[in-house]
Each structure stands twice: as C-alpha cells, then as structure tokens.
Design a binder for this molecule. Structure first.
Ligand code: URA
Length: 254
C-alpha cells in the first residue's frame, strides 16, 4: 500500500472515493466583510472543540491593537503574541500557540484554537485532530511545513476546549490577519465554523459555506469541516474529501 492509499484509507476514502470528472462548481465569490469572526462547527452549531455559540455582534468589534499589529514583522509579531495577555484565555493556558509552517506558503489552513496537546507542545494541530489533518494534507500531496502554514483563530487554549468567545476572537484575530498579510497565501482553507465565520465575517453553517469559493481580502478561501468534527462524524469525511479536491482544483487554476 503506498502512502497516498494509506492516507485515503485513514480518511475512509479508499477504495470507494474516486475523483469524478468535474470539480465542485464555483458558485459565487462571496465578498469579504470589513471585519470578521464566528464560531462553532457543523450545522448543528456545535463547535469542533466545544459547544458554546458565538455572538455575531463581535463581527464589528475589531481589536484595539489592530492598527499596531498590522505593522509588525515576523519576529515582532511572534514576540507580541508570546507576551499577549489581552484576553482571559492567556491566564488559563500554558503557552501561546503561534502557528507553524512555511512562512511563504501557498496554502494556509486555519483551525479554531489550541487543544490540550497543542497547549503542551506549542504547535497547532499536534493531537488526534492534527493527525487527521496531516492525513488530509497527505491525501492532496501536501505536508505540514512544506508550502503549508497552519494557524488558529485564537492563540491560547480555551478552557475545556470550549469555543472561543466573541471577545476573545476579536482580540486575537488581528494576529492571524497579520500572519496572513505576511504569508500572502494563494489559498486559505478554513477548518470548521469558527475559522470560517471569523475569516468571512458572517455567521453561517458549514453546509452553506462549503462548495463555494469565498474571498478573504482578495485571497480565495474554501471552507471544510474541522478535523475534530470529522473524528466524531467520520461519515462526513466524504464531504471533506470533496472540499479538498475543490481546493486542489482551485489552487491549480491560481
Ligand atoms: N483544533 C484546532 O482548531 N486547532 C488546533 O491547533 C488543534 C485542534
């Protein structure tokens, strides 16, 4: 069994799931709102990591520090994130989890926030969900760190893996925005509802956001399920595979 087949088996995608002739249609480019945020996971409104729901009011509540953060270079940004105490999450976590990978990557994958493993190791997606994410990357011939950057909406682990609150997202989002400006990825893949709604600035279900090429400040953005959700709902992996195929087809055209 080759590596790709092994990964597809891991995703429950082999041997039944084969690429069909046509990629998913690009229905529309959804204009990005002036500010963004969101939370939760699947259409049930449940988060990939927790059950709290977001208050869409924070969609128009940019962080106070946004202006300054927008001018930072990589070392400055890493230092500011490391020392950040802007919201209550920092008091309850071990360390901030900045992001990992190729700082000039074409691909950016964005999750929700660190869990226990990420909090302990200081790197995004290193637990069970991270293993599945690595398998998903491998299925489309990508590898963590090679032309791929992985980050989260919030840099600190929310207590009990709850969904980050609106004010926590609003405080933290400028850091990710600056990371995106510095990376200049060709394509963003939002993993789960928190990432999708935070980046797109609108509260919508994953089901309604999937299969459409969205826009984040001029960068194409595709939405798929969070790997933690896929671990709980493996039958949805077929849809995630469709989304990954849509993403690779999109990337090829960029
Ligand atoms: N879930 C996330 O959203 N991010 C991580 O880094 C780990 C799990």
């Amino acid at each position: 069994m080759d590596r790709r087949e092994a990964m597809l088996r891991e995703l429950n995608l082999y041997p039944l799931w084969k690429r069909r002739g046509q990629p998913a249609p690009i229905e529309a480019v959804v204009p990005n709102a002036t500010s963004r945020l969101g939370g939760g996971e699947a259409d049930t409104q449940q988060s990939a990591m927790g059950i709290a729901t977001l208050n869409p009011s924070y969609l128009s509540s940019p962080s106070d520090g946004g202006q300054e953060i927008a001018n930072l270079d990589w070392p400055q940004l890493k230092e500011v994130v490391r020392d950040c105490t802007a919201c209550k999450l920092r008091a309850g976590c071990t360390q901030t989890v900045f992001g990992v990978g190729d700082e000039k990557a074409d691909w950016l994958f964005v999750g929700e926030g660190p869990g226990a493993d990420e909090d302990a190791q200081g790197e995004p997606f290193v637990g069970q969900a991270g293993k599945l994410l690595d398998s998903m990357l491998a299925a489309i011939k990508l590898k963590r760190g090679t032309n791929v950057y992985i980050a989260n909406i919030v840099k600190c682990r929310p207590p009990d893996n709850r969904t980050p609150a609106a004010d926590e997202i609003a405080q933290c989002l400028p850091y990710l925005e600056r990371q995106i400006e510095l990376i200049q990825p060709k394509l963003i893949v939002a993993l789960g509802k928190t990432a999708a709604t935070a980046l797109l600035g609108k509260d919508a279900t994953i089901g309604s956001l999937r299969g459409t090429l969205h826009d984040y400040h001029g960068i194409p953005l595709i939405v798929t399920y969070h790997p933690a959700y896929l671990l709980r709902s493996p039958t949805e992996k077929a849809k995630a595979w469709q989304d990954l195929c849509f993403a690779t087809d999109t990337m090829q055209k960029l």
